[in-house]
Every structure is written in C-alpha cells, then in structure tokens.
Design a protein around this ligand. Structure first.
Ligand SMILES: Nc1ccn([C@@H]2O[C@H](COP(=O)(O)O)[C@@H](O)[C@H]2O)c(=O)n1
Length: 606
C-alpha cells in the first residue's frame, strides 16, 4: 500500500478520491495469505455501532481503523475472488448491533437506538444474521429490528429462540431458521440462537436453549440432511450451550458438517466439537473479522446430478469414502484495516475502494455530522484505560467527595477507554453508551452502604467467593466482562512468561490481540504483542465519605441496570431488620449515564 502511494506520486497519477487520514500510524501487513476451502465464511459479531472504525492514533486502535465502507469494499473483492476460485463465500453476523458508539446511540430525542447505523448494516450482503442480547434490552429497539431490519434479509435474520409480542401476538423477531442454497449449490440449514439471556425487556421472550432443542419446529427444521449446518448465534463458543444444539443435530446427522459462528464474550476463540465441525468467535467492536474455511465434500445435488447416486459422504450411514474423515478447516482473525484488506484482496490503495464502499463511508460520515459527534466537551489530560494501566483518578475522586453518598455502578457500564486529547460526543458514547438512570436509596446507615461494593464483588470477609446464584444471574443478564478480562489477562500472563529471545522478537511487534485458542495453528492474522493488563472488579464506586459514624445516614446511589442485584445484596447486609424494596428507590437525577462524562469533561477538562 505504501508502494502504491509512491507509484502514484512518481507516475503523476491524480485520483479524484482522496483517502481518509486513518490510519495515521504505520500498520504491519499480514504475511500469509488466507487458506481458502470449498466453503468460506467472513464473520462479524458484537459490532455495537463501531462502523466508522477506531479513529484514535494510540495503538492498538489503528489496527481496527477500517470503516464499514472499507469492509464493504473488502467483501466485494472477496466475493469476486470466490467466484474466480469457484468456491462459496458466505457473510455471517452473530448479533449485538446496538449500544456502543455515537453512530448507534447519538440519535436525537425521539429516535431509536441503532436505527440509523443499521441502515448501513442493511447494505451489506449478509447471508445469515443472528439476534444479540443488545437487541432486547429495550422493546422499541427489538420492534425496530422486527419492523425495519429483519425484512431486508428475506428470512435470513434469525432469532430461533427469541420472540417479540406485537399487537398481542408473540412471534419470532426474525425467522426461526433458514434453508437456502449457496452459489455452488450447497444446501444450508441455518439457525440463529441466543444464549440464555434474561435481561430482555417486557414483551420480548428468550427461550432457554435446552428447551428450544426440544421444540417440534426444531426437529422438523433439522430433519432433512443439508450439505452443511450453519449455526450462527449470539452465544460464546466455549463454556456455554452450543453443545446442546450441536448434540441435537448430531443425534440425527452424525457426519454432516456443522459450522458454528458465535459471539457475546467479545473474544477471539475457536474450538472443534468434533472432526467435522468448527466453532469460531470473532471478537468485538469491529476489531476482528473472522475467517473460516472448510473443505466440504461436493454438494449432494452435484453428486446426484453427476453419478445418479450419493457418494458424497453425506447421510447417516456415511456411504461415501469421505464419511468418516475429518474435514480440513482453517480459521483466521483479521485486524480490520485497509492494509489487511488490501493484502488479502491483492488490491492497492487506489484500486481497493469500490463506489459502493465509498458511498457507505460517506454516508457514515454524514450521519456522524448529523448527530454532531465531533462536538467537544473538553480535553482529556491523559489516557483513561479500563484494563491497561492504572487510571490516575484523583481528580474524579475529589470531584465526587464532599457529600454523604456512595455511588456504585457496574464496571461493564464503562465500555471503552478514553484517550488523551479532544473528548467528543462520540467518545462520551463509546465510553458510556447505556442510557441508564441513576437511582438512590436515602438514609442507608453508612456501615451498611459501605459494605455493598465489596459484597457485590464477592470480596467480603464472609463471602470470599461470590454467591453462585448472583454469578449466574449476572451472566444471564449479559454480564460477560469477566470472560473478556480473563482472556486479556491470559495473553498478558503468557507474554510475561516469554523467554528473553522471544521477548526481543516481540519487541518489534505492534500492540494488539495475541490469541491462543484450541484450533490448530496460529489464528491471529498479524502477530502482535499484548497490552498490559490490570484487573478491575465487576462493580466500582466513588470514594467513601471520610469520618462518618457507622450509623450516619448516606445516600446509596446506583444505576438502574444493577437495581435488582444491589437490593438483594443490601438486604443481606442490613442488620436492623429493614428489608429494602423498589419502593425505597427514587430517581437521583435527570442526568443519564450517557450524559455524565460530557458534563464532567465540560467542568474538569476545560
Ligand atoms: N443498560 C445496560 C445494558 C448493558 N450494560 C452492560 O453491558 C453488558 C452486556 O453487554 P455485552 O456486549 O457483553 O452483551 C452488561 O453486562 C453490562 O455490563 C449496562 O451497563 N447497562
């Protein structure tokens, strides 16, 4: 790509499409081409509105600087390559399009979250999409998916176990399953499964995965053998319920290839449930494009056409010679930026953009302008990262001190790092995208209020391991920060254990994800060195007021997202026989969690 620039200058070529400035940093190109199979998949998940790319100059952000227009051009070139290679290429998304940036959450009053950003998603030729938990926290968002999003995909937006009630009737938000043929004639049966999520709004329902697989429609959908099962879903590929779905399919079809495309924990992950299946999870926030390839047998229809009988290795008995063989798979985690995209498509900086890709980029920039996302509240004096170094927060503490209150929130409400420099409306919404309300319970005895945070974090003397029920409840409500942090911690630990020689080699690498999963070979497309990692608890709080007597009354302030857990914990700590209920809770302020950082920045960072 650097060469292309040089040629353009040397040859005096003038191109009328100027490139955007991102990435401002030098990016390492991949060094090994993708392995293509007879069926290939590009996978996105947990994009959460990150359609304009990561724009900050500090690493690892430039790794992810490609925007959705660049991605569209990439997809277009990859589709052409697939045709040239005469193989199948599918595009799959595993959900969570809401909550995460100004494009999804910076809409004017009266708007619907992610409605505008989803218009761009709708322009891509997704073959299968699955619903995520973030499509379900607010009924109006789900309704928008049902009314405006699902219809565009003609039955391929899948919500196998998720319903919405519209006009008193409960029905799937999208479709329960899809059956279709690929360009090469492969018969695909696809599902779109959501993990056992319980934080959904009224008038939406999520059926447990263990119940879904017992449904008559499910048995019916999987009865006929396709060439391949494509199980998309917003469910982590490790330590969750995919085996329930996998085993239900395997009970009927012991040998049919099964491709699982998962999500939710925001990590890069891959495993194989057997030799004829692969499960892939492709990160978060458009920081990863997943690639899966599989050398599948010829489509059954092809065999029937050519031989008059089925030698494909399909069917319960596995009549063909390939029946018992493992399938050859590959997987790769791509850093979405133009250097990656150009490398894998064999394009240069001036041949890469398609008119379609450019129009998507332009449309996204216009949307950012319309939502005033560059409005600047102040200038962040330094980086405030969630896990990578200790934030110097003395200034925030001073700001919160002086009143007899304790403010508690879930650390997951802080979604993204704040980088030094201009702090804009977009930065406010990437850091804190949830329109959660601040609530409070007045007159809680100080000693009790002060014990809530450690109890919530499971660190209290009598509660060393957090109650399993609380843990399960948090997981069910979508609390997955722990898994992402474990993953980051693991890569930092492995890095620390490296010997001196490997450490010297790693010194030349840029910061980024360093994945170790259980699939064969190296998954990351570009070798990186991992970020430093410092653990944070699941819940965080303001500094406790100093010098108060144990029975001094304080306001216990918290976000509505944690109301149920907090009241439960509070009642476990209460010593005076008082039982707290939602009747004790009032609204603390009209300021929403989405607005608070801007207010702070205006006062403290100007
Ligand atoms: N109103 C909300 C909704 C969600 N959260 C946080 O998001 C987490 C779930 O997000 P995933 O992308 O991981 O599914 C949830 O655990 C909360 O931390 C929130 O704070 N407020």
């Amino acid at each position: 790509c650097g060469d292309d620039h040089a040629h353009a200058a040397r040859d005096g070529h003038v191109h009328d499409h100027s490139k955007r400035e991102f990435p401002s940093a030098k990016l390492t190109p991949p060094s090994r081409p993708l392995t293509w199979g007879s069926l290939n998949i590009l996978h996105t998940t947990d994009s959460h509105g990150w359609l304009l790319g990561h724009q900050k100059p500090s690493f690892p952000e430039p790794n992810y600087s490609g925007d959705f227009g660049d991605f569209a051009s990439f997809v277009a070139h990859m589709k052409e390559l697939a045709i040239k290679k005469d193989v199948d290429l599918l595009l799959v998304d595993s959900g969570d399009l809401h909550d995460g940036t100004g494009l999804s959450d910076g809409y004017p009053t009266g708007g619907v979250d992610a409605h505008a950003s989803n218009e761009f998603f709708k322009q891509l030729p997704y073959d299968v999409l699955a619903i995520g938990n973030h499509e379900l926290y607010i009924y109006n968002n789900t309704l928008d998916m049902y009314t405006n999003f699902a219809p565009r995909f003609n039955g391929r937006y899948l919500s196998s176990n998720v319903n919405i009630t519209v006009d008193g009737v409960s029905k799937p938000v999208g479709s329960r399953f899809a059956k279709f043929k690929t360009r090469k004639g492969r018969a695909v049966t696809a599902l779109g499964v959501l993990y056992d999520f319980t934080g959904n709004d009224q008038n939406t329902t999520v059926q447990k995965v263990e119940d879904m697989v017992k449904e008559a429609w499910f048995a019916d959908a999987i009865k006929d053998e396709p060439d391949v099962f494509l199980l998309a879903g917003h469910m982590p590929v490790s330590r969750d319920n995919w085996p329930l779905v996998f085993n239900a399919v395997r009970a009927v079809h012991p040998l049919t290839p099964i491709l699982i495309l998962g999500g939710h924990t925001h990590i890069r992950d891959c495993l194989q449930l057997d030799g004829r299946s692969m499960s892939l999870e492709s990160g978060r926030y458009m920081e990863t494009i997943g690639w899966m390839s599989a050398d599948l047998p010829e489509p059954k229809s092809h065999h029937r056409r050519h031989n008059g009988e089925d030698h494909s290795g399909h069917g319960n008995g596995g009549s063909g010679s390939s029946a018992a063989k493992n399938i050859t798979f590959s997987r790769r985690y791509l850093d979405p930026n133009r250097v990656t995209f150009e490398y894998h498509t064999g394009q240069g900086n001036f041949s890469f953009d398609t008119p379609w890709g450019r129009s998507i980029t332009k449309g996204l920039e216009q949307l950012a302008k319309k939502f005033d996302l560059t409005f600047q509240y102040g200038t962040a004096p330094h980086d405030f990262t969630i896990n990578h170094c200790y934030a110097d927060c003395t200034d925030c503490e001073q700001y919160a001190r002086g009143l007899d209150k304790i403010m508690i929130t879930n650390s997951g409400s802080m979604r993204f790092d704040i980088y030094s420099g201009p702090f804009t409306k977009n930065d406010q919404l990437t850091a804190s995208p949830f329109a959660d309300t601040f609530l409070y319970i007045p007159n809680v005895p100080f000693a009790v209020a002060n014990a809530v945070l450690p109890a919530l974090n499971g660190a209290g003397a009598d509660n060393r391991k957090r109650d399993n029920a609380v843990e399960a409840e948090l997981w069910a409500r979508g609390y997955v920060g722990t898994r992402y942090r474990e993953w980051m911690e693991d890569m930092a630990r492995r890095d620390a254990e490296l010997g001196a020689e490997s450490r010297r080699a790693a010194a030349n690498l840029t910061l980024g994800y360093v994945t170790q999963d259980s699939c064969p070979g190296v998954g990351d497309d570009i070798p990186h060195t991992p970020l430093e990692f410092h653990a944070i608890p699941d819940f965080i709080a303001s500094a406790s007021p100093a010098g108060l007597a144990d029975d001094a009354p304080v306001d216990l302030v918290f976000v509505d997202f944690i109301e149920t857990q907090l009241i439960g914990i509070l009642n476990g700590l209460s010593t005076d026989g008082k039982t707290y209920t939602t009747a004790d809770v009032s609204k603390y302020t009209d300021v929403l969690a989405t607005e608070m950082l801007g207010i702070y920045a205006q006062q403290a960072w100007n």
